[in-house]
Design a protein around this ligand. Structure first.
Ligand SMILES: [Zn+2]
Length: 387
């Protein structure tokens, strides 16, 4: 090696060492809801991490959630490698874990051939959250539910059953008197589905519990039972879809092999045994092609009290919203089919879209809840449930 080459090599080593000193970046995926594979440093300010599901087979919904911080303020590139899956969710960022915004699309480079997405992230001494959707742990949802129960004298939060890991599974109860008609809400069987499963659901529920004339009248006639997070184990483990046994809960409503689905079935059976009548059920989800509602197939729809068609007609005639309806076979082992097949209660799967504007999701929840209450009250006033 010539002296000139030796000097160049020494300078390079010096630059690299200085860069490494400047470049102390820390990733943390050890909290509830987090998920990120091992992070590898690929060069100055360049990192790679694997994003992998806990269980397979699984539908393509790669969930990632972590915090990142560094000693000094600078910019890094993080490549998320999805293996055989494709990038799906626009990254959401937050400095406090409560207020979120989508990462600007110019800072996300998706490679559909290489199955990866490279994020450009500003990092610094302040910890920043990065996640596929807003992070909502079981503690977050159940804290919200506790608040809701405190706000209303006829509400309470009860442990309805346990999960696979032995964690409590809660139901939010609103009972003004018994026996009477009731409706059931089930939320977030699928952990990443925060838009509909958490944001849409909460807005819907809060509208049912609001102080509008319609809501107050509704609660005089209907009790409300809501499971605000049916899959807390999956949510806290950062699972893409499953519970802690690797089961997709929304395919378990015929087999009832899991404690989470058994909890809902047993609870509803108990309410019916008390002499109450179930009149409607909703199951809250999120899809890349939402918003829409899954409704009963047309063969079964003719046998019903037509709550769903009237509800949709009301939404479309009183607002500018158009309701996209999709029909599914009543044979599928989905939650909403269980409510119809077992109790002949009309039911829907309520889907928001992955990247729908969050205020629009909340507004949709308010409108759909209000119009559902109107239709159920009308049926109740005409005694149509008892024909
Ligand atoms: Zn879902």
């Amino acid at each position: 090696m010539s002296v000139q080459h030796l000097i160049i090599s020494m300078v390079c080593v010096f630059i690299c060492l200085s860069c490494q000193e400047r470049d102390q970046v820390y990733f943390d995926a050890s909290f509830d809801g987090a998920r990120l594979g091992a992070v590898k440093k690929m060069g100055v300010d360049r990192y790679e991490a694997q994003v992998r599901p806990a269980f397979e087979p699984v539908n393509p919904s790669p969930w990632y959630a972590f915090t990142v911080q560094s000693e000094k303020l600078h910019t890094i590139q993080l490549k998320l490698k999805y293996g055989k899956y494709q990038h799906r969710y626009i990254p959401k960022i937050s400095s406090d874990g409560n207020h979120w915004q989508p990462l600007d699309t110019s800072l996300v480079r998706v490679d559909t051939i290489g199955h990866s997405a490279t994020l450009t992230l500003k990092v610094g001494p302040e910890k920043h959250f990065v996640a596929a959707q807003e992070i909502e742990s079981a503690e977050d949802t159940f804290f919200w539910a506790k608040q809701k129960a405190k706000e209303n004298p006829n509400s309470q939060l009860e442990i309805a059953g346990n999960t696979v890991k032995g964690n409590p599974n809660y139901v939010l109860i609103h009972e003004q008197e018994k026996p009477k008609d009731f409706i059931v809400l089930v939320a977030r069987q699928h952990p990443p589905e925060i838009p509909g499963g958490t944001i849409g659901f909460k807005s819907f529920y809060e509208t049912l519990l609001s102080e509008t004339t319609t809501a107050k009248e509704f609660r005089k006639h209907f009790n409300i039972y809501a499971f605000p997070l049916l899959n807390p184990d999956g949510a806290d483990s950062g699972n893409w879809r499953h519970n802690a046994n690797g089961i997709d809960l929304n395919r378990d409503w015929v087999a009832f092999s899991q404690p989470e689905t058994q909890t809902v079935r047993d609870f509803v059976d108990h309410k019916i045994a008390e002499g109450q009548k179930i009149r409607f059920a909703l199951d809250f989800h999120t899809s890349h092609s939402g918003p829409y509602v899954l409704v009963l197939d047309s063969i079964n729809e003719v046998k019903t009290k037509k709550i769903i068609p009237n509800w949709i007609k009301n939404i479309e005639s009183t607002t500018s919203l158009k309701v996209e309806v999709r029909r599914r076979s009543q044979e599928l082992p989905y939650c909403y089919n269980f409510f119809y097949n077992t109790y002949q209660a009309e039911a829907v799967t309520y889907e928001d879209g992955d990247e729908d504007n969050r205020d629009t999701i909340k507004e949709r929840g308010r409108i759909y809840a209000t119009q559902l209450m109107e239709v159920l009250l009308e049926k109740s006033a005409k005694n149509e449930f008892y024909e």
